[in-house]
Design a protein around this ligand. Structure first.
Ligand SMILES: Cc1cc2nc3c(=O)[nH]c(=O)nc-3n(C[C@H](O)[C@H](O)[C@H](O)COP(=O)(O)OP(=O)(O)OC[C@H]3O[C@@H](n4cnc5c(N)ncnc54)[C@H](O)[C@@H]3O)c2cc1C
Length: 467
């Protein structure tokens, strides 16, 4: 036996076999790069894996899985490292890290893109936008395509073009036995259903193939701001205005203290505001006509909703979700914004203390709601709005207080909950994972888990145990 980390011994032959097969980098606690590679987006999470296998390709992923099997080390899998609760790193585990796998290949003729498991959203978008194309993805450029897609994938163009999983054509996976499989609508269909929402429970996704849709490059997009004290009226207006919005329009409402960013007027910095951020995935002139009543409602204090390259809009949230800060979230879907929900929202938003706390309310519906609920494991297609109540502080200072604010706010919304998006869960236990899928889908996912991973080898995730 050989020690790979303090107190952790593994079979010497297994280690030699991995070393012989591996093209990427194996990084252990003694390596100078270890701390860099175990770091994830949420700075409140500090875990020390026994070994980090930084895979360079599919063969490395297969070798790493086989090494995990042989040694019995628990296995964590990292795509982009943006899991809110840090499910992409674990103490004393083998961390199978895909962050070196950055390949993106766009086929402009067929309007498809092949995307490896370590690609971030911004990396994918830069490639697709060179051809005036896009795959539906999320709203922060340095989120991982892998984890986001496996959970569903909500973002700026979903009301027009669906979730990330709705444009997925194929997934390549390495199973719990270290075998390579492909899943499409015609091959391993049960697995293809499961990976479109069921997370990393069935294998390690090494490559995704998406359909691409035409987009921009110019879109009408950006925030309109009001003072937070106006929020009760603004939200009531907003609710009625979006009720019959066309699919081109996607909006996110944010309550926060206005950030000191160059595009935010200086006199607003640090003041509590409510913003409605729009993105019109269609002709900007048409968008201008539809968005005008919003821009003219009440007394907006700033209006930054204007034609701009989609890539500029897409990176707008990046400075609000900087890696390494401390984050905590609780989420839920609600069917609609009733007066009671609006009043609860404003009451709690006025209590935000941290200048970094910024929480989105997502407008759902459109194309997302028109895909049959049974088609994918993703389960929030009938949600009206998704609350992603998040706290953020620079460090441990003030974090507990802000986290308490999240919990209280979320509890106040509890009578109105329906579903919850699995990618917006923290480490909240089995019942919440069940809630994310609903009883029927959960049973089907469990049956799939028994088929593809009966030993629950992939368990460091929003876990669906086989039994
Ligand atoms: C700043 C920020 C913005 C976000 N914005 C959005 C958004 O706009 N839309 C949205 O839908 N979600 C969003 N999310 C949530 C996001 O979808 C999840 O956090 C997702 O898990 C991130 O994927 P990742 O690859 O970065 O995650 P990781 O932390 O690497 O992994 C998350 C989970 O997926 C598993 N996993 C990762 N890669 C693979 C793989 N290749 N094969 C199998 N399993 C894998 C991991 O084991 C882990 O359980 C956001 C999160 C953050 C932090």
């Amino acid at each position: 036996m050989t020690a790979v980390a303090e107190g952790i011994q593994v079979d010497e032959a297994a280690l030699a076999e991995l070393a012989g097969a591996f093209r990427g980098e194996s990084v252990g606690p003694a390596d100078p790069a270890y701390n860099e590679h175990r770091k994830i987006w949420n700075g409140s999470i500090d875990r020390r894996p026994a070994l980090i296998a930084r895979c360079a390709g599919v063969a490395d992923v297969m070798a790493a899985v086989k090494f995990g099997r042989r040694t019995g080390l628990p296995v964590a899998v990292r795509g982009g490292g943006h899991s809110f609760p840090g499910l992409s790193v674990a103490d004393d585990a083998l961390l199978i890290d895909l962050s070196l796998m950055k390949g993106v290949r766009v086929n402009p003729e067929e309007r498809t893109a092949g995307v490896q498991g370590g690609v971030m959203l911004g990396e994918l978008e830069k490639e697709t936008h060179a051809f005036g194309l896009a795959a539906p993805s999320g709203i922060v450029t340095y989120t991982g395509v892998a984890g986001l897609t496996l959970g569903g994938g909500v973002g700026w163009i979903m009301r027009k073009h669906g979730l990330s999983v709705d444009q997925l054509r194929r997934v390549d996976l390495v199973t719990a036995d270290g075998e390579f499989v492909q899943a499409t609508a015609d091959e391993n269909e049960d697995l293809f259903w499961g990976v479109r929402g069921g997370g990393g429970n069935f294998g390690i996704a090494t490559e995704f193939e998406f359909n691409l849709v035409p987009l921009g490059p110019t879109v009408l997009a950006g925030p309109v701001f009001w003072a937070m004290e106006d929020s009760p009226e603004v939200l009531r207006f907003y609710r009625d205005w979006v009720a019959d919005a066309p699919d081109e329009l996607m909006t996110i409402v944010v309550h926060r203290k206005a950030p000191a960013l160059p595009f935010v007027p200086e006199e607003l910095h640090g003041k509590p505001v409510v913003m409605v951020i729009a993105c019109w995935a269609g002709d900007p002139e048409e968008g201008e006509k539809f968005v005008r009543p919003l821009k003219e409602y009440g007394n907006p204090v700033a209006d930054l909703c204007q034609p701009k390259p989609f890539l500029t809009h897409q990176s707008m949230f990046d400075p609000s979700f900087v890696p390494g800060r401390w984050y905590y979230f609780k989420s839920c879907d609600v069917p609609g914004l009733t007066d009671e929900i609006i009043d609860t929202t404003v009451e709690h938003s006025l209590q935000i203390k941290s200048p970094l706390t910024s929480f989105p309310i997502w407008q759902m519906g459109g194309a997302v709601s028109r895909v049959s609920d049974a088609d994918t494991a993703f389960n929030g297609r009938n949600a009206g709005f998704t609350y992603n109540i998040g706290a953020c502080t620079e460090s441990a200072d003030g974090f507990d207080e802000e986290r308490e604010w999240v919990r209280n706010f979320w509890s106040a919304l509890e009578p109105h909950f329906t579903t919850v998006y699995v990618n917006f869960l923290m480490d909240e236990g089995d019942d919440r994972v069940r809630q994310a899928y609903g009883a029927e889908k959960y049973d089907r996912l469990q049956a799939l888990k028994r088929k593809y991973d009966p030993d629950n080898f992939f368990r460091i995730n929003q876990n669906i145990p086989p039994n």
